[in-house]
Design a protein around this ligand. Structure first.
Ligand SMILES: NC(=O)c1ccc[n+]([C@@H]2O[C@H](COP(=O)([O-])OP(=O)(O)OC[C@H]3O[C@@H](n4cnc5c(N)ncnc54)[C@H](O)[C@@H]3O)[C@@H](O)[C@H]2O)c1
Length: 416
């Protein structure tokens, strides 16, 4: 294996402190870790993890190692990689290849280096490892038991590959589990996006007109929290049902071109390229804020914005101003990268606890099913979803009801 890529080894202590903080706040993963230590489900297995490389991801990697796996780690977005956490993982003896601010080609090289572990399993976030394994590293396909995919964009890519009968190993769609999208996409994104916007700008949300493009699971959370903080929220959608849903939840709904004329803040969370583009930049108000919460940085046409600008300057850390020909300034957060991770710490630890518990148990499921699964996309089994929720409730001291036998029969029958 290659030598680790660690930009700042001297920061290992700070990274370890961050990992310890999230560990203390991730009770589900802690419980799974203690089970893995005893059962060693990954003994003899190799796992490559490619997720936003910060403290919560580091803890997931350590939990997988506790289960007996050899683990290599890389980041899914160079802006979200935390060099102190990279240093901490290296100090913990893991194989790690990532650097904050790496160029796209460099990031790709690190992914390939991490894959040189010859993994049986990959934990992916956005589908980049799955893509590399299918396009350039087909030599590694033979040993692969499968992949677990973290986010909506990666799920869509895996499903497209499966539909074309091109998928070469099973993919567990972790994002589609209820314990993922109901908490991570809605509440995680809802909280951490505004945390990022507020800490980057030091501005208030109350009284502002906030435009949310995309009312999926993430958009719903972002709109909900913006409303809660006193913003007037406009939702822009292409799906009429989602548009109705937004309307019924008290948002105004209109086309993005109209919304941009009123917007103080425009947030893209569609997962679709160039959601916010030149025609929108032309009508935005002076000083409007632009942010993206979707997985890829392409949702805002940053190149188009740059081409229309006669000047650009750093306004604050993570806020860049673009001066348009007519004298308006537009402010772009985090260079158009996924704002809650590029400009803040990502989802809260308790939220990633449910997501990463699903990842750990789905990886275990792939090993248990070794070679029994077809090369297609699989939902996370209901028993795993239920188990994660149960541990979550137990760890908060919350109990819940169960159906009586009579009620179970009632639900299973068809005679009134
Ligand atoms: N920021 C984060 O931490 C985070 C967390 C989870 C997922 N994500 C990413 O966020 C993106 C959205 O995820 P999701 O789970 O909400 O997906 P989703 O599929 O539930 O929602 C996307 C919504 O965008 C709408 N849409 C598509 N194109 C549009 C357009 N041009 N204009 C307006 N609306 C449009 C769709 O109709 C859909 O309702 C994905 O890229 C996903 O990977 C980010």
């Amino acid at each position: 294996m290659h030598e680790n890529i660690v930009a700042a080894p001297e920061l290992a202590g700070e990274g370890l402190q961050k990992i310890e903080w999230v560990r203390r706040n991730m009770p589900i993963l802690r419980k799974i870790q203690s089970e893995f230590e005893k059962e060693q489900p990954f003994a003899g297995k190799r796992i490559t993890v490619c997720i936003h490389l910060e403290a919560k991801t580091a803890f997931l990697a350590l939990v997988l190692r506790s289960g007996g796996a050899q683990v290599s780690v890389t980041g899914s977005n160079p802006e979200s990689t935390k060099d102190d956490v990279v240093a901490a993982l290296a100090a913990e003896g893991l194989k790690v290849y990532a650097r904050h601010g790496a160029e796209p080609s460099e990031m790709r090289k690190y992914m390939e280096m991490a894959l040189d572990l010859k993994p049986h399993l990959v934990i992916d976030d956005g589908g980049d490892l799955v893509e590399i394994l299918h396009e350039t590293r087909t030599d590694l396909l033979e040993g692969m038991l499968g992949a677990c995919e973290e986010t909506t964009t990666g799920v869509l890519r895996a499903q497209a590959r499966a539909k074309a009968a091109q998928l070469q190993f099973p993919v567990m769609l972790v994002n589609e589990a209820r314990c993922k999208y109901l908490f991570d996409n809605v509440h995680g994104t809802g909280q951490s996006v505004w945390d990022a916007v507020m800490r980057s700008t030091n501005l208030v949300l109350a009284g502002k007109t906030v435009v949310v493009a995309g009312y999926g699971w993430c958009g719903r959370g972002c709109a909900l929290r913006a409303q809660g903080m006193g913003a007037s929220v406009i939702v822009c959608e292409v799906d009429p049902v989602k548009a109705c849903d937004a309307l019924m939840n008290g948002c105004r709904v209109m086309p993005l071109m109209e919304a941009c004329k009123e917007a103080d803040v425009v947030l893209s969370v569609t997962g679709v390229r160039h959601t916010i583009r030149k025609e929108h930049f032309k009508v935005l108000k002076d000083n409007a804020l632009l942010a993206n919460a979707g997985h890829f940085w392409e949702e805002i046409d940053v190149e188009g914005l740059s081409g229309m600008s006669k000047d650009r300057k750093q306004m604050r850390t993570n806020v860049e101003g673009f001066l348009l020909q007519d004298g308006r300034w537009l402010n772009l957060l985090g260079n158009g990268n996924i704002v809650n991770i590029a400009c803040a710490d990502g989802h809260p630890a308790e939220i990633m606890d449910t997501s990463f518990a699903l990842q750990a148990l789905s990886a275990q499921h792939l090993v248990q099913q070794e070679k029994q699964l077809a090369n297609r996309c699989y939902p996370v089994p209901e028993r795993i979803d239920q188990r994660v929720a149960q541990i979550r409730l137990e760890s908060s001291g919350v109990s819940f009801d169960t159906l009586t036998e009579d009620q179970q029969q009632y639900l299973a029958g068809w005679v009134a």
